[in-house]
Ligand binder design. Structure first.
Ligand code: SF4
Length: 282
């Protein structure tokens, strides 16, 4: 019989759970509510919120509700002022770890440093970090890895990291700078929720025939979990729901591991674990 093992640490992190709780509370408050952008990178959860009356406003100018929820990725100072100017109730669900990274970006810039944001250029959290540093008068470089660094970088240099980045990416950028004789001030803003999920996923991936990673295809931390698992387990799948798995995904296998990104609620993980245990896709 197929054994299904769930990673020791998987699914919703503190910041995502807090944002979800705040959005659900806003829905129950009797006032109309909208989130500024999809609350989390998980289409199923966004749909659930919509059915309870919490819709998505993509820009502050789209807000028509009486309260607006800022998601866990945070916003730029400019967007925050636009939201405040609307005169509606603001529910700030920015994760405290992201707030810490925003402050670090601002402080490094205030110290007169070129701020290198290690992260994905178009990610909303990174856009926020960039803006907080620029607002404080900093020169900003966004680098997903050492290869993205420009040929010339004005010193002194400070580094801040997108909370969901892999530590190897930070190490890669720091080593490249040191090789050029630049010693950066490092604000290590990588979140433990991410590293502990990555560690547990890597451990499990080494002991199974296949890994299933549950979470939004648009979730960067889920995608990174998948990359880690795909590099270790013989087979790895990144799915949002069971429907994304091929018909006989686990045929002939003995043991399957399941993990999930920080934006995946417990119920979604358990549904997948139960279905695989019950022989679906064997
Ligand atoms: S992964 Fe970490 S920083 Fe991101 S929302 Fe979760 S707790 Fe906050």
């Amino acid at each position: 019989m197929l054994e299904v093992v769930k990673a020791d640490c998987a699914g919703s992190c503190y910041g995502v759970q807090r944002a979800l709780d705040l959005a659900r509370k806003a829905a129950e408050s009797g006032k109309t509510a909208q989130t500024l952008g999809p609350l989390i990178h998980n289409p199923q959860v966004v749909q659930e919120l919509e059915s309870s009356g919490v819709t998505v406003a993509h820009e502050p100018s789209d807000v028509t509700a009486e309260s607006v929820v800022i998601r866990s990725h945070g916003v730029t100072p400019h967007v925050r002022s636009e939201v405040d100017a609307l005169g509606v109730d603001v529910v700030d669900a920015t994760c405290p770890h992201v707030l810490r990274a925003q402050r670090a970006a601002r402080d490094l810039a205030l110290e007169g440093r070129t701020v290198i944001v290690v992260g994905e250029e178009s990610h909303p959290e990174v856009e926020g970090l960039r803006a907080w540093a620029e607002e404080a008068g900093g020169r900003v470089i966004v680098a997903a890895c050492a290869a993205d660094l420009p040929d010339t970088i004005d010193e002194p240099v400070g580094i801040v990291v997108q909370t969901t980045q892999r530590r190897e990416k930070l190490d890669d950028v720091v080593s490249a700078l040191r090789a050029r004789g630049i010693e950066p001030e490092i604000a290590d803003t990588i979140c433990n929720a991410t590293t502990s999920r990555q560690g547990a996923a890597a451990d499990l991936a080494a002991r199974v025939d296949a890994m299933v990673v549950v979470g939004g295809k648009n979730s960067s931390n889920t995608t990174r979990l998948y990359e880690i698992c795909a590099g270790i387990a013989p087979v790895a799948y990144h799915i949002e729901t069971l429907d994304d798995l091929p018909a006989h995904a686990f045929a002939g296998m003995q043991r399957v591991g399941v993990t999930a990104g920080a934006s995946t609620p417990e119920e979604q993980i358990d549904a997948v674990v139960d279905a695989i245990r019950n022989g679906e896709r064997s």
